[in-house]
Design a protein around this ligand. Structure first.
Ligand SMILES: O=C(O)CCC(=O)C(=O)O
Length: 245
């Protein structure tokens, strides 16, 4: 039986409509605190060397050159899926998140093809450049698939500590031109001006989720607060049947 026929978490028609029309939906209290606390311990521990980070990037998000902004952001990102690490693997197979991804993409099945935790200390120049995920992935163009990101903070995220911001409705437009940040980074940034007045901050607690469409413009300002900001993104693509690109 597919996730659409018997979902462990039911997305309402109104939530699906919001996702379709605006490119994102906020779902609160989706997973219990213990799941997110275990993930935080794991990604922190991988960076600190308390847990092995086999087949995983665990360290600066990008170090292409001395001016690379990614060097001030730590990242944990498996290079194989499902991940070798048991906690990351279990999270990638979480049936509740999988079911939500299927319902939003209207696909019979969904699979995780990327996980990325971005860890940002307070007071560092560590913004996430404005981007569209599909610029990096090209899964519709290459594979005819849809894609959705499940993003939750592993510590409370606010405007002050550099939560993620999204540009509603921007998924309805084309994939915009991007260029490497500072000319040196693996991070790319949209080259046309973003209407920053229309951006919405995702002020969420661990276990609250934003699901955003792969074409939605999003990013983050630097962590100018006093607390750490750790975001966990899990990227799904539609498999095994119809999906809504
Ligand atoms: O956590 C962030 O700042 C960015 C995450 C992101 O780009 C994503 O979830 O697609």
């Amino acid at each position: 039986m597919s996730m659409l026929e018997s979902p462990p978490y039911r997305v309402t028609d109104e939530q699906r409509r919001h996702y379709r029309e605006h490119g994102y939906v906020i779902l609160r209290g989706v997973l219990p605190d213990a799941v997110l606390a275990e993930l935080l311990d794991r990604v922190d521990g991988m960076i600190a060397g308390r847990y092995p980070a086999e087949a995983c990037v665990a360290g600066p998000a990008s170090t292409e050159g001395p001016n690379d902004p990614g060097r001030l952001i730590n990242q944990v990102m498996p290079l194989e899926y499902p991940a070798r690490d048991a906690v990351l693997r279990a999270y990638s197979l979480n049936p509740v998140l999988n079911s939500i991804a299927c319902q939003l993409m209207q696909s019979r099945e969904a699979e995780v093809f990327q996980q990325q935790a971005l860890l940002k200390e307070p007071g560092a120049a560590n913004p996430t450049p404005w981007h569209q995920d599909e610029f990096y992935w090209r899964i519709t163009e290459r594979l005819g698939q849809s894609g959705v990101t499940a993003w939750t903070p592993l510590l409370p995220a606010s405007r002050a500590n550099g939560t993620m911001w999204i540009l509603p409705d921007s998924h309805l437009g084309p994939i915009m031109p991007h260029e490497p940040t500072n000319g040196v980074s693996k991070f790319h940034v949209i080259t046309v001006p973003i209407d920053e007045h229309r951006l919405i901050p995702l002020e969420l607690d661990p276990g609250d989720y934003s699901f955003h469409h792969k074409n939605l413009v999003h990013g983050a300002y630097a962590n100018a607060g006093t607390t750490r900001r750790v975001g966990m993104a899990q990227h799904y693509r539609s498999v095994g049947g119809a999906g809504v690109p």
